[in-house]
Design a protein around this ligand. Structure first.
Ligand code: SAH
Length: 400
């Protein structure tokens, strides 16, 4: 089993141009190209030693991509630790031990490897029932990790019969099967005992938003007896949990018709009454404006839009968009109803998002109290030193 790609010769040596030793020793795993003294030619994913800017002492080992702004990713800071099979096996087993601690047979859809958060830079793997979806974050990780060997490891560690890779190569998603057949039909899995079917080939991310698991659970806890609106509902994650939590009725809104068809199918998969769910293909902003015009209210409104800020420069616009959306959502929330707002923009921090919630609610001339703050679940671990990795914010509010 080969988990890392074989490279001949000694590792490259990369010299820092800045004093980043402290931050790297504290667990920050990234070095940008401008922080390196030189960018020697090498194939993406080539193993490299990182030397400090002072005496040229080794401070980390990892891999290198001369063409990426993220030129070096740290695999280890332990002096002398080699990036060999034993090293990779140990990291994989540690990741597996965490998931075994977290999940029983009621959850068969989870994130097995969360890249840097598991000490496995650029390597993401999601398990869906009897298969796995791999995602390598660019040419560096693709040149370092050995996907067919990883597929073999997964098949012996878990009840995995197929492994499908979906990686981004120069902006487009490229799919490849490393084990078994490429799933042609939706794949079934369980999450907290809730059934879902996922399209791992055409769906968003690796097919499902596993990162909202704990927040969906929260929605199940508060949904009893409520009329629920799930804007940006995708394949119905929050909707199904609300239904199982005893919601009176659930409306799922999304722009994408195929996602809504999947939401209907997921609703049925959990034996929920068809009459209690409505799927509406619409722009959520327009839907909310229209509902406000008709003075329609819901007792629980959920808005989980796609990222509004692709870069730091887009943050002011994104904040304005969150304010507008949360204001519109508060406008259709019944008195003392609940409003859940999520943001997956890593450039917008929790405090900034809470302020956007406050501003949005005030635009709707309402007040709110925060009942629960959520984020990514424990199978999405993040290095404390890498705040960029903690992108998900979830705020459940009661709106007066
Ligand atoms: N809450 C979902 C994930 C939402 S992802 C879950 O837990 O599974 C964001 C979704 O918003 C996508 O499905 C996308 O199709 C949808 N979307 C994007 N822009 C939209 C818009 N303007 N109106 C409605 N839906 C939109």
């Amino acid at each position: 089993m080969t988990l890392v790609q074989p490279h001949s010769g000694p590792p490259l040596q990369l010299r820092l141009a800045r004093d980043l030793t402290r931050s790297i020793k504290r667990g920050h795993p990234w070095v940008y190209a401008e922080a390196l003294r030189q960018l020697p030619p090498a194939p993406p994913g080539a193993p490299a030693l990182l030397l400090d800017n002072k005496k040229g002492r080794e401070i980390a080992r990892g891999f290198y991509d001369p063409h990426s702004p993220l030129a070096f990713r740290v695999c280890t800071t332990a002096p002398g630790e080699k990036l060999n099979e034993r090293w990779a096996q140990k990291r994989f087993e540690r990741a597996l031990a965490l998931r075994r601690m977290l999940f029983d047979r009621r959850t068969t859809g989870f994130r097995m490897f969360n890249g840097e958060g598991d000490g496995l830079p650029g390597l993401v793997c999601d398990i869906y029932g009897d298969g796995a979806v791999l995602q390598l974050d660019g040419a560096g990780p693709s040149g370092f990790w050995h996907a067919p060997g990883i597929a073999e490891w997964l098949a012996q560690a878990l009840p995995v019969k197929w492994v499908y890779e979906r990686s981004r190569v120069e902006g487009t998603i490229v799919g490849h099967s490393w084990l078994g057949e490429t799933p042609s039909a939706p794949v079934h899995f369980l999450e907290n005992g809730v059934s879902f079917a996922v399209d791992v080939v055409r769906g968003q991310k690796t097919g499902f938003f596993l990162d909202q698991r704990d927040n969906r659970q929260k929605i199940r806890e508060v949904a009893a007896g409520r009329r629920v609106l799930n804007g940006f509902g995708y394949t119905g994650g929050f909707s199904i949990y609300a239904g199982l939590g005893g919601a009176r009725h659930v409306t799922t809104v999304d722009l994408a018709a195929p996602a809504l068809a999947a939401a209907q199918a997921n609703w049925a998969l959990n034996d929920l009454p068809p009459a209690m769910h409505e799927a509406v293909a619409a722009d959520a902003f327009e839907f909310l404006a229209e509902a406000a015009g008709q003075e329609t209210f819901w007792d629980l409104v959920i808005v989980d839009p796609p990222s509004f800020a692709a870069s730091q420069a887009a943050v002011p616009k994104a904040i304005a968009a969150y304010q507008k959306l949360i204001g519109a959502a508060a406008g259709v929330t019944a008195p003392d109803g609940l409003l859940a707002a999520a943001s997956c923009s890593s450039h917008v921090g929790l405090e900034a998002f809470l302020r956007a919630c406050e501003e949005g609610i005030s635009l709707a001339r309402r007040k709110a109290t925060a009942l629960y703050l959520g984020g990514q679940p424990a199978d999405h671990p993040t290095p404390l030193a890498l705040p960029e990795f903690r992108y998900l914010k979830f705020v459940l509010m009661r709106v007066e």
